[in-house]
Design a binder for this molecule. Structure first.
Ligand code: TNX
Length: 529
């Protein structure tokens, strides 16, 4: 008897279907209300951004940079400009109105985020390939848009540990995240294969842990490059990226993954982080026998405390993500020091030692005024306080369970949001498939907690949605872009738009309009037709 699930024939033709023709207004994510007006605003040499209020200064700078690039000229900001950022204190956080009239453009909001969202809608209305305004008429359709986000948290996680991505690559990504109204960039900075952020207390972390290659202690697992390769971000790099993202309304949340996924740190600081007496045997899911911090070592606590302190000082965000995922079975089971620690605290199971470590991290962060975030495993056995925000990833149900336990949850179900999954069914399609394949339309079909009654309190605990690109197999710009686009645009609509407004055919038409911009930006997106 066959007991597997019948998935039917993959609908291969959906990838070869032509996209419907683009529309007059192709905004993604779909705004709450769009009222086209008749006529066009003309950009001329006297068009300028009016000096903005303080809340809008980042957004105005962003608009100025984009217009300067588009028009190949320095775009002015001065007192008498006709592109106005106007404060409307009665509007909700993140909400905005964009009114484009014959002679004026008004961007109205009550918050920094609202002004950046208004800016991203305006940017999407600009023609992709204008001629220089000095030489030709160049205009924007008149329209009245009123809009607000569905979820307050709209993020993307990028794994910069398995392979290093340059700051240039990250800026380019962050510009697109802002264009599609994401507000968070979750920066996965450490893992088994690399440690990517400069820490003054431990120069070894980046001198040793940031590099892979045949002669290094960090052996490449998935790649066969025969030379030393890798890289890291200096504190100056991080500050530059934080400022760039901030102008575009994006908060950067750093992740330092503990206690598993720590091989790069352990290989860099063996004297501090290896317990020679610990005889426990284990294999991580990625097959490493030596990638977990020891809760019985004093050095582990010194390390966590020093690293998190520097991270809290470097990143202005109120959150720090401490990972907590995939601690393999078998750790801490054959160590006298671990046993003593368990006896001392009355723990029955070595697994409780993970909670012990994570609660220590939580205290360090709380003392710095930061809130902790972690992967869903951080909740196993009531390990951390309910103040920690949980990112669920193994399934939608995992997120629901955390929400029902009272945690704030960011939903990142692999089956709908993982951009390392292949996006087509042919054998040569790039990507992994441990959580299935993830074509564009499946991303768009994601309805978070659609099974729950609208009045279910779990809805209140879901603060948002996040997509993720894990990079075991992503080590160059073109692969990076191929995996991200256009699926990122579908996720942006899941995060932002009211679920009632979602319409696959309408999305495809608007996507067709957006592809011109992706082409202009030179992005190697996966073709839809
Ligand atoms: C699971 S999602 C992981 C990552 C892998 C990814 C591959 C999560 C918290 N852990 O370490 O890169 O799967 O898809």
């Amino acid at each position: 008897e066959v007991t597997c699930i019948d998935l039917g024939q993959p609908a291969i033709d959906r990838f070869t279907t032509k996209l419907p023709p683009a529309k007059a207004l192709n905004i993604i994510p779909m705004p709450a209300s769009v009222t086209p007006l008749s006529g066009r605003f003309k950009l001329t040499q006297s068009t300028a951004i009016a000096s903005p209020n303080a809340l809008a200064s980042g957004a105005a700078r962003w608009l100025q940079e984009e217009l300067t690039e588009l028009l190949h000229d320095d775009f002015p900001i001065h007192r008498d400009g006709n592109i106005h950022y106007q404060a409307h204190p009665e509007m909700a956080e993140g909400a905005y109105r964009l009114l484009i009239e014959q002679d004026n453009i008004c961007l109205q909001a009550s918050s920094k985020s609202g002004f950046t969202h208004a800016t991203s809608s305006l940017l999407q209305l600009l023609p992709a390939n204008p001629e220089h305004y000095a030489a030709a008429a160049y205009s924007i359709p008149m329209v009245d848009i009123q809009d607000q986000p569905h979820y307050p948290y709209r993020g993307m996680m990028l794994d910069c540990a398995r392979h290093f991505h340059s700051i240039k690559r990250l800026k380019h990504l962050i510009a697109q995240l802002a264009r599609y109204k994401f507000n968070t960039f979750h920066w996965h900075l450490t893992d088994d294969e690399g440690w990517r952020i400069e820490i003054d207390a431990y120069p070894e972390l980046t001198r040793i842990g940031a590099w892979r290659g045949p002669n290094e202690v960090l052996l490449p697992q998935f790649t066969t490059i025969n030379q030393r390769y890798g890289g890291y971000y200096s504190k100056q790099d991080a500050k530059e990226l934080i400022a760039y993202a901030s102008d575009r309304g994006i908060t950067i949340i750093p992740e330092i993954d503990i206690p598993g996924h720590c091989r790069a740190a352990i290989k860099s600081l063996p004297e501090l982080l290896v317990d020679p007496e610990d005889k426990s045997q284990y294999r991580s899911i990625q097959n490493y026998p030596d990638n977990v911090l020891s809760p019985a070592l004093k050095g582990t606590y010194t390390f966590i405390s020093n690293v998190l302190t520097e991270i809290c000082e470097l990143f202005p965000a109120p959150f720090v993500h401490i990972g907590g995922d995939e601690v393999p079975a078998g750790v801490w089971t054959d160590s006298e020091a671990c046993q003593n620690l368990m006896d001392q605290h009355g723990y029955q199971d070595p697994k409780e030692l993970q909670g012990h470590l994570l609660r220590f991290a939580e205290e360090v962060l709380q003392a710095k005024g930061k809130q902790m975030m972690g992967w869903e495993e951080a909740t196993d056995g009531d390990k951390v306080s309910k103040k920690t925000t949980i990112f669920s990833w193994r399934s939608e149900n995992a997120g629901l369970i955390c929400a029902q336990q009272g945690y704030d949850v960011v939903m990142q179900p692999a089956q709908f949001t993982y951009l390392d999954l292949a996006q087509g069914y042919s054998a040569d399609e790039k990507g992994v498939d441990w959580a299935g394949k993830l074509p564009l339309d499946d991303v768009y079909q994601y309805r978070p907690l659609a099974e729950l009654a609208p009045e279910d309190p779990a809805h209140q605990q879901i603060i948002g949605i996040q997509t993720a690109l894990w990079c075991e197999l992503v080590n160059n710009q073109s692969r990076f872009e191929y995996m991200i686009y256009p699926r990122l645009l579908a996720i942006s609509e899941i995060c932002w738009s009211n679920p009632q407004q979602r319409n696959w055919d309408d999305f495809k038409a608007r996507l067709n309009g957006q592809l011109k911009y992706l082409d202009k930006a030179g992005i190697n997106y996966r073709h839809c037709e």
